[in-house]
Write a protein that binds this ligand. Structure first.
Ligand code: NAD
Length: 337
């Protein structure tokens, strides 16, 4: 019988790509999603249960119905600026919601969880690259919610035997190389899709927050990791837990630093169109440079990234954007006319 995996947030960006990777690896991904930012049509590799992680009864019913062997927990509110404006919503969804999920797992003895953590748990760092031992001092409510859940997982591990893999992603980017799914947020806060929307003529310009940092070209350095690489990393972490492996805290990144200007140039190359930029003030709390030491995930899980070049990552996202733009009513050429 096919083993099912409960995927909270499986209708979202990283969750949907991971559902595809799970199906490829022979699992049945059961998506549990409120659709607050996700899309029902991104759920293609298994059933979709529409529910909120804070709804204990629906959660328990779903677990009873599908009998998953493990849980992958993507569901969260995930925007830093938003979390500063409305921390209550973030603590409620990300911390109280995670507790509700963990208690539903505990009630039936489900003891394996892969959790979406973030490089935002590190905050501004003194040394680079960022290793798993780099002190975690998040500066945003969003980063703090992720770190709080990591702490809760440690305590549940010690007391109740829950084994967890907290995967600290760096900047997820790109789209499914087959073009089936991609990133669709509205509004879109992430830089690569915003730059692509500028190339497409859907946004007038790209705002770059600060070009006077102490970096080679003055813009921030980030580690863009392809979403399908992240998805495979989740399957590796799941299999580690299903083999009875111990809890993990791992960075998932490429180890490469890409500047915001490099990213803009990559979008111009792959789209063949200009991306006008406007320099805005620095955002408080934005660290000048963040990139991962990816060695631990490689050593423990055999995790390597297939996409190591920002042009290749941008090309997958551009292809998805063109396909989804074509399937909507107004082609970009008409809109610009
Ligand atoms: P997303 O918004 O596309 O996906 C989140 C999904 O969770 C959505 O489908 C949403 O509808 C669902 N959801 C939210 N709250 C829910 C609730 N209470 N009950 C049920 N479903 C709920 O975001 P994403 O970019 O795919 O991020 C997925 C996870 O990865 C998040 O936990 C995020 O914090 C984390 N993360 C993302 C990045 C990144 O670069 N995108 C980096 C680090 C960590």
């Amino acid at each position: 019988r096919v083993r099912s995996v409960l995927v909270t947030g499986g209708a979202g960006y990283i969750g949907s790509h991971t559902c595809k990777a799970l199906a490829r690896a022979g699992y049945l991904p059961v998506t549990y999603d409120s659709l607050q930012t996700g899309h029902a049509d991104a759920v293609r590799w298994g059933p979709l249960v529409r529910g909120d992680i804070r709804d204990a009864a629906t959660l328990a019913g779903t677990i009873a119905e599908y009998g998953p062997v493990a849980v992958m927990h993507f569901a969260a509110s995930a925007y830093v600026a938003d979390s500063i404006a409305d921390p209550a919503a973030y603590y409620d969804n990300n911390v109280a919601g995670s507790l509700c999920l963990l208690n539903a797992m505990r009630a039936v003895g489900l003891d394996a969880l892969v959790f979406s953590s973030s490089c935002a748990t590190y905050g501004p760092v003194d040394t680079l690259p960022v290793t798993e031992e780099t002190p975690q001092r998040p500066v945003s409510p969003y980063g703090r919610t992720k770190l709080m859940v990591e702490h809760i997982l440690e305590d549940y591990g010690r007391a109740y035997g829950l084994r967890s893999a907290a995967l600290r992603y760096f900047n997820a980017a790109g789209a499914d190389p087959d073009g089936e799914i991609g990133e669709r947020h509205d509004p879109e806060p992430h830089l690569l899709p915003r730059a692509l929307l500028v190339a497409l003529g859907r946004l007038p310009h790209l705002a770059i927050n600060g070009d006077d940092y102490d970096t080679p070209d003055g813009t921030c350095l980030r580690d863009f990791v392809h979403v399908s690489d992240l998805a495979r990393g989740h399957v590796l972490a799941l299999e580690h837990l299903l083999r009875g492996g111990p809890s993990l805290r791992l960075n998932l990144g490429t180890g490469r630093a890409t500047s915001i200007r490099d990213l803009v140039r990559a979008v111009e190359r792959v789209s063949g169109r200009p991306v006008p930029c406007q320099i805005s003030p620095r955002r408080p709390g934005d660290p000048p440079a963040v990139y991962a030491a990816p060695d631990k995930a490689r050593a423990i899980l055999g995790f390597t990234t297939a996409f190591n070049d920002i042009d290749a990552i941008a090309a997958t996202a551009w292809r998805f954007l063109l396909t989804s733009a074509a399937s909507h009513a107004q082609p970009p050429e008409e809109r610009q006319a």
